[in-house]
Design a protein around this ligand. Structure first.
Ligand code: AMP
Ligand code: ZN
Length: 507
C-alpha cells in the first residue's frame, strides 16, 4: 500500500501512517452540537475529514468512520461548564422537547452534508443514546482514583492525574501554564482544582435532560461522550481522532485524560486537527455571532427570521444576503475549501469564492473535453508521472492544493490536445480518465453540477427579470400588468410575496 504521512498533533510532526490492524482504520471525528444550524465553518472541518476518509478508502483501507452528534452536556460556557445546556436552553425557549431540537437540526445538517457531497459516516452516534456507557466509564475512572464525587456530581481530578501522566500531551502546555491561565472557579466551588472537569453533573430541578445514575439524577459532562463512544465502536486504542483545532486545549485534552484514566492506554495513535474558517480574520463561531448558513451561501439570500427551518429544501428566504455578491453552488464551496490545506486558516471572501468558481468550472469543463478527446499519434507528455505526483501530494498529509495543481496541469494538457497543440495516445487518454475519476470524483468528491444546478441558476435570473418588470409596472401605476404577472406566476406554481424588504418568490 502507498506510504501515507499524516501530521500528528501528539508529536507535532508528519508521521508514517501505520494502522493498528493492517488494512483496517478506525476514524473518529467530533461532530456538531445540534442546538442550531451548522455553519459553513463547521462544514469546513467535516469536509476536510471527508476527503481524508475518501483517500483512505481509495487506498484500499476498510475504514470505520464514527462522527458523533452532541445532544447533551455541552454547556453555554464550555470551559467553566456553567450556564444552561445548549440544547436544553433551546428546548426551553422554543417550548419543544430536546429531542425535537436535535432532530430538526440533524435533518438540516445531513441535508447540507449531502449537498456538499460528504459520504455518510459508518455510525453517527448520539450522546443521549450512550448514557449507560458514559456512566460505566465514569465509574471506572472513579475506581482508578482519578475522579471524585461531590454532592451528586463527579469531577475528574486533573492535578492528581498530572502527577503520573502528561495532562498537556496534546496542547504541549505545562500544567503550571494551564493553571496560571485558567479563570477562577466562579460558581463551581465543588471542584477541587481549577482544571477539574465534570464527568457527571447533578441536575438542578429545572434541568430538562436528566438520567438516573449511581450518584443521583443528572447528566453527563461534554467530554465523556466522545471517550465512551469512540471506545465502544473503535476500541480502547484506535487509529485517527479528528476535530477542529479549537478542541485541542479542552475537549480533546480531557478526552485523552479520561481514556488514560479509565484504561491506562493512550486512546489514539494519530490526532488530526483542522484549522478554522475565518471571516475577516476572525474565527466563525456561533458564540461570536459571525456565522452564516450554508443555505444562505448556496442561494445568496438571507434566511427569514421566521423561517420554520434552515434546511436548504425548506428554508424561507428573503432579500439578498449582505455578504454575498451572488449565490455559490455547493460544489464551488467544496472546491473553495480544498484549495487551502486543512491545517491553514481559510478566510472567506467573495473574491476567493469567485476565483474558486472559475477554477472549478475550468476543471470540470476539461473533464467534458476529456470525454470527447480522440487519440492523435504518440504522446508528447508523461501522464504517468502526473499520476504519481497526485498520489505523492495526497500521501503528504492530504495536500489537496498541491493535488489540484497537478489536476490543473492535466486540464492544460487536455485543452491543448483538444486544440491540436499537443498529441495524446489512447493509453494516455485512458490514464487521464482514470486520474480524473480517482482524484476528482472519488477522492476530492467533486461532481459535475448537472442540469439541475444550471437550470436553478437560470430560473433565478429569469425570476429577477420578471420581478423587475413587475416593479416597474407598479411604479407606473400599471396595476393590471403587475397583478397579471403575479396571477400567471401563481398558476405555474410560483408564489410572489410582497414584503417590507422587497418582493420574494417561492415554488
Ligand atoms: P461545534 O458544533 O461548535 O462543537 O463544532 C463542530 C466541529 O466544527 C468541531 O470539530 C469544531 O472544531 C468545528 N468548527 C467550529 N467552528 C469552526 C470554524 N470556524 N472553522 C472550522 N471548523 C470549525
Ligand atoms: Zn468530541
Amino acid at each position: 500500500m502507498q506510504d501515507l504521512y499524516i501530521h500528528n498533533t501528539l508529536s507535532r510532526k508528519k508521521e508514517l501512517f501505520k494502522p493498528i490492524n493492517e488494512e483496517h482504520v478506525g476514524l473518529y471525528v467530533c461532530g456538531p452540537t445540534l442546538y442550531s444550524d451548522v455553519h459553513i465553518g463547521n462544514c469546513r472541518t467535516f469536509t476536510s475529514f471527508d476527503i481524508m476518509y475518501r483517500y483512505l478508502l481509495h487506498l484500499g483501507y476498510k475504514v470505520r468512520y464514527i462522527r458523533n452528534i452532541t445532544d447533551v452536556g455541552h454547556m453555554e460556557d464550555e470551559v467553566a461548564e456553567t450556564g444552561e445546556d445548549r440544547i436544553g436552553k433551546q428546548a426551553r425557549l422554543k417550548k419543544l422537547e430536546p429531542m425535537e431540537i436535535v432532530q430538526r437540526y440533524a435533518f438540516g445538517f445531513r441535508e447540507v452534508m449531502g449537498l456538499l457531497n460528504l459520504l455518510p459516516p459508518s455510525v453517527e452516534p448520539l450522546a443521549s443514546g450512550h448514557i449507560i456507557e458514559q456512566i460505566e466509564m465514569t465509574q471506572k475512572i472513579i475506581d482508578q482514583g482519578y475522579a471524585y464525587v461531590e454532592d451528586g456530581s463527579v469531577y475528574f481530578d486533573v492535578e492528581k492525574f498530572a502527577k503520573s501522566h502528561n495532562y498537556g500531551i496534546l496542547s504541549g502546555r505545562s500544567l503550571e501554564d494551564q493553571l496560571n491561565n485558567t479563570r477562577d472557579l466562579d460558581g463551581q466551588q465543588e471542584k477541587k482544582g481549577r482544571l477539574d472537569f465534570a464527568l457527571w453533573k447533578k441536575a438542578k430541578p429545572e434541568h430538562i435532560m436528566r438520567w438516573n445514575s449511581p450518584w443521583g439524577v443528572g447528566f453527563p459532562g461534554w467530554h465523556i461522550e466522545c471517550s465512551a463512544m469512540s471506545q465502544k465502536y473503535l476500541g480502547e486504542t484506535f487509529d485517527i481522532h479528528g476535530g477542529g483545532m479549537d478542541l485541542i486545549p479542552t475537549h480533546h485534552t480531557n478526552e485523552v485524560a479520561q481514556s488514560v484514566g479509565c484504561c491506562g492506554n493512550a486512546p489514539v495513535k494519530y490526532w488530526v486537527h483542522t484549522n478554522m474558517l475565518t471571516l475577516n480574520g476572525q474565527k466563525m463561531s456561533r458564540s461570536l455571532g459571525n456565522v452564516f448558513l450554508p443555505v444562505e451561501l448556496f442561494t445568496g439570500k438571507k434566511m427569514a427570521a421566521d423561517s420554520p427551518s434552515a434546511t436548504p429544501s425548506q428554508a424561507k428566504l428573503e432579500g439578498k444576503h449582505p455578504l454575498f455578491e451572488k449565490a455559490y453552488s455547493p460544489m464551488c464551496v467544496r472546491f473553495f475549501m480544498m484549495q487551502t490545506h486543512y491545517s491553514s486558516t481559510l478566510d472567506f471572501s467573495n473574491e476567493a469564492l469567485q476565483a474558486s468558481e472559475k477554477g472549478f468550472n475550468r476543471l470540470m469543463e476539461s473533464y467534458s473535453t476529456l470525454e470527447k478527446l480522440t487519440a492523435a499519434g504518440n504522446s508528447s507528455v508523461d501522464i504517468k508521472k502526473i499520476e504519481t505526483d497526485c498520489y505523492v501530494a495526497m500521501s503528504d498529509d492530504f495536500n489537496t492544493p498541491i493535488l489540484l495543481s497537478h489536476l490543473f496541469e492535466c486540464a492544460r494538457i487536455i485543452n491543448s490536445a483538444n486544440d491540436k497543440k499537443e498529441s495524446l495516445s489512447q493509453a494516455d487518454i485512458d490514464l487521464l480518465k482514470k486520474i480524473y475519476q480517482n482524484f476528482i470524483v472519488d477522492v476530492l468528491g467533486l461532481k459535475r453540477e448537472g442540469e439541475s444546478g444550471k437550470s436553478a441558476e437560470a430560473l433565478d435570473g429569469v425570476m429577477q427579470l420578471v420581478l423587475d418588470i413587475r416593479k416597474k409596472a407598479k411604479e407606473n401605476k400599471d396595476y393590471a400588468t403587475s397583478d397579471l404577472i403575479r396571477d400567471q406566476l401563481l398558476k405555474t406554481g410560483i408564489q410572489v410575496k410582497d414584503g417590507k424588504e422587497g418582493t420574494s418568490w417561492s415554488i
